[in-house]
Design a protein around this ligand. Structure first.
Ligand SMILES: Cc1cc2nc3c(=O)[nH]c(=O)nc-3n(C[C@H](O)[C@H](O)[C@H](O)COP(=O)(O)OP(=O)(O)OC[C@H]3O[C@@H](n4cnc5c(N)ncnc54)[C@H](O)[C@@H]3O)c2cc1C
Ligand code: SF4
Length: 328
């Protein structure tokens, strides 16, 4: 591990002004410190932002709740207001990692956790995300866990977060503070980006911007929700593929849908067409299967991750069925 300085403050303006182009903000460190140990991330300065004031859950003016970025994943997932109003978010967050990691991990850090592509972690291998222009080891290498949607020839990695899949299904806005202390709002679906020609950029943040809050839309899907995570073992494992499903049902008809997948793209993959298809339909396996076919029709797998097509369809049907049956 290379030498670095550690700065801590409880004044937001000091954290913002301390940031330089070789700094990193530090949340729980559960991703960043691992990457520093592997020599993948090489900051000169860590600015610990966990003492900052953004550690509460409050009601917001959209009729929803605002979740502080410095709050831990455990305190968020187990919060009474989140469990009651956004159980889909709580369920997705509790499926992640282990209790110990969720106790350390912050919401801001969760949004910015980096891909688990093995070539990204292995500094002797080519990886455009780690070293732009060095090539993509996964493209013709081991790509069983990689993307089937939205990738480019520069990078086929996936976003590993469970929390972010639920946020994509629910809809949210991320609030950030710029270095001049002005705030900026980013629609959650615009927060993460596709790799295109710049796979080193995971998101649309500008240098030095600090995530302060996640604004959740008005409560949704508290009766019919399910987060299905398919993984190789039941803890300490990232999703091979996941589905966040939320349904609102009125008089036997679906009136609102939130549907997103994880483990399939460089960003949480919102299934907009499948959502639109389901609105106004009855909640039936036939309609869920039709939605799954719509969702997966543009998938382009590699040899080793072809399994994600069939698995994806079945996972969508199962998540929607579980969501529907939860209160029926
Ligand atoms: C063994 C293991 C298993 C795991 N399994 C899962 C899993 O199954 N599902 C899952 O979703 N996750 C999993 N994780 C990942 C875990 O959820 C993340 O490591 C965690 O959420 C990151 O949060 P953090 O606060 O520790 O971030 P840090 O490691 O502190 O930071 C991550 C990044 O965010 C930046 N950052 C942090 N806070 C802010 C802020 N407020 N504003 C701007 N930048 C900021 C940092 O500079 C850094 O670049 C696992 C991790 C481990 C180690
Ligand atoms: S998929 Fe992306 S992260 Fe993985 S080796 Fe290729 S460029 Fe690197």
């Amino acid at each position: 591990m290379r030498p670095f300085t550690y700065t801590t403050t409880n004044a937001t303006k000091d954290a913002l002004s301390a940031f330089t182009k070789t700094s990193h903000y530090l949340g729980g460190g559960t991703n960043l410190v691992d990457l520093m140990k592997e020599d993948v991330e090489r900051p000169d300065q860590l600015i610990d932002v966990t003492p900052l004031e953004f550690n509460k859950i409050t009601k917001n003016d959209k009729g929803g709740f605002t979740v502080g970025a410095m709050l831990s994943n455990s305190d968020t997932a187990n919060n009474k207001d989140i469990r009651q109003n956004y159980p889909l978010l709580s369920m997705a967050m509790l499926s992640a990692a282990t209790a110990q990691i969720r106790n350390m991990a912050t919401n801001g850090g969760n949004l910015l956790q980096r891909t688990r592509c093995p070539y990204f972690f292995e500094t002797s291998m080519p990886c455009n995300k780690r070293v732009p222009g060095s090539g993509c080891g996964a493209l013709k290498g081991m790509n069983a866990t990689h993307a089937i949607f939205g990738y480019s020839q520069k990078c086929i990695a996936t976003n590993p977060s469970d929390m972010c899949v639920a946020l994509a299904a629910l809809g949210a806005t991320v609030e950030v503070q710029q270095q001049n202390s002005n705030s900026r709002m980013i629609d959650f679906n615009d927060f993460h980006r596709l790799p295109e020609n710049q796979p080193e950029k995971d998101n649309t943040l500008n240098q030095g911007e600090l995530i302060t809050a996640i604004h959740l839309n008005e409560p949704a899907f508290s009766d019919h929700y399910y987060y299905l995570k398919i993984r190789e073992r039941s803890s300490y494992a990232f999703a091979l593929l996941s589905v966040a499903a939320g349904l609102q049902i009125k008089n036997g008809t679906i009136s609102k849908v939130g549907l997103a997948m994880g483990g399939v793209a460089h960003k949480p993959w919102k299934l907009t067409e499948a959502e639109a298809f389901l609105v106004g339909k009855t909640a039936s396996v036939a309609n869920f299967e039709a939605a799954a076919n719509i969702a997966m029709k543009s998938a382009k797998p590699f040899e080793a991750n072809k399994y994600k097509i069939e698995m994806g369809k079945k996972a969508i049907v199962r998540a929607l069925t579980q969501a529907y049956e939860r209160k029926n």
